[in-house]
Design a binder for this molecule. Structure first.
Ligand code: NAD
Ligand code: ZN
Length: 317
């Protein structure tokens, strides 16, 4: 058993608290990792507010990390102690029908298929003050050591700087992949991105890499615009600067609406606005933002009937 520090979320609505925790050795098919770097994603914040379903507290959050294998359980063959790795919040067992489908990045061993947040065998490797602490997305990177299933680990180059590549664990892959894999943005196209956090800025980079000629960045916080421009945005728009709905502004700006729109906020109003901002005929809207559990949105079916495509994307497809 390793004793180390972790940021524990004891209850919804409470701040994280740095605690000494015990991390049990990996069981068969599991890997114990020394986490060297972790980012913070808005999805961690959603859980902390109690907005995501099926997450029991106390829990160690964090899912955008990178580290070094400390020890391996029986039967683990793909990594060995000392290897640099990125934990995967969507695993890849490599055997199920989802993994075998090249169109999908889902896996039937995905934690989302199970309404529980312990490890897949329904036990925890974390304890603190005599209490069992739950895992999150099988990865829990807000701990100095964590235990994950072997199929939720990707070995990376030994020279990779862990403080930078940790962003591949969620934010960068999610945004860049939403543009490249899910929307399949074409050269010369027009794109609109709602929300310019780490994920939205990565969508901007993906649209630029795909050769989009116009990239319209939308955020209610104008402080995000400088970075968006640096990364490839051609226009930056604050919906609060207009007294009409942002979808009307975007439609007027582009003639008939954008070719691709991305919702990277997680609110019903921006989801509807993003769908209505892409053009009839061939417009594609990709949902990336996570909404509060149980929330619903109402749309005019005519928006889809007239040819728009509405898609969701997790971890960049
Ligand atoms: P973030 O909080 O860093 O950024 C969100 C941005 O949205 C902020 O800049 C904020 O000012 C802006 N915003 C808020 N309301 C707005 C509005 N009405 N119109 C325009 N902009 C608005 O968040 P993040 O870490 O970049 O994550 C973004 C979303 O993506 C979150 O909902 C997160 O849970 C989700 N997410 C999804 C996946 C996935 O796999 N689908 C992965 C990671 C994150
Ligand atoms: Zn995330």
């Amino acid at each position: 058993v390793i004793r180390c520090r972790a940021a524990v979320a004891w209850a919804p609505g409470k701040s994280l608290s740095i605690e000494e925790v015990e991390v049990a050795p990996p069981k068969a098919g599991e890997v114990r990792i020394k986490i060297v770097a972790t980012g913070i994603c808005h999805s961690d914040e959603h859980v902390l507010k109690g907005c995501l379903p099926n997450v029991e507290f106390p829990v160690i959050l964090g899912h955008e990390g990178a580290g070094i294998v400390e020890s391996i359980g029986e039967g683990v063959t793909s990594v060995k102690p000392g290897d640099k790795i990125i934990p995967l919040c969507i695993p890849q067992c490599g055997e199920c029908s989802f993994c075998l489908n090249p169109e999908s990045n889902f896996c039937q061993k995905f934690h989302i298929c199970e309404p529980q947040n312990l490890l897949p065998d329904k036990t925890s490797r974390f304890s603190c003050k005599g209490r069992q602490i739950h895992h999150f997305l099988w990865v829990s990177t807000f701990a100095e050591y964590t235990v994950v299933p072997e199929y939720a680990v990707a070995k990376i180059d030994a020279a990779a700087p862990l403080d930078k590549v940790c962003l591949f664990g969620c934010g960068f892959s999610t945004g860049y992949g939403a543009a490249i894999n899910t929307a399949k943005v074409k050269p010369g196209s027009t794109c609109a991105i709602f929300g310019l956090g780490g994920v939205g800025l990565s969508v901007v980079m993906g649209c630029k890499a795909a050769g989009a000629s116009r990239i319209i960045a939308v955020d209610i916080n104008k402080d995000k615009f400088a970075k968006a421009k640096e990364l490839g945005a051609t226009d930056c728009i604050n919906p609060r600067d207009f007294n009409k709905p942002i979808q009307e502004v975007l439609t007027e700006l582009t003639g008939q609406g954008v070719d691709y729109s991305f919702e990277v906020v997680g609110k019903a109003e921006t989801m509807i606005a993003a769908l209505a901002s892409c053009n009839m005929s061939t417009g594609v809207c990709v949902m990336v933002g996570v909404s509060e559990s149980g929330s619903e949105i109402a749309i005019d079916p005519m928006l889809l009937l007239t040819g728009r495509t509405w898609k969701g994307s997790m971890l960049g497809g």
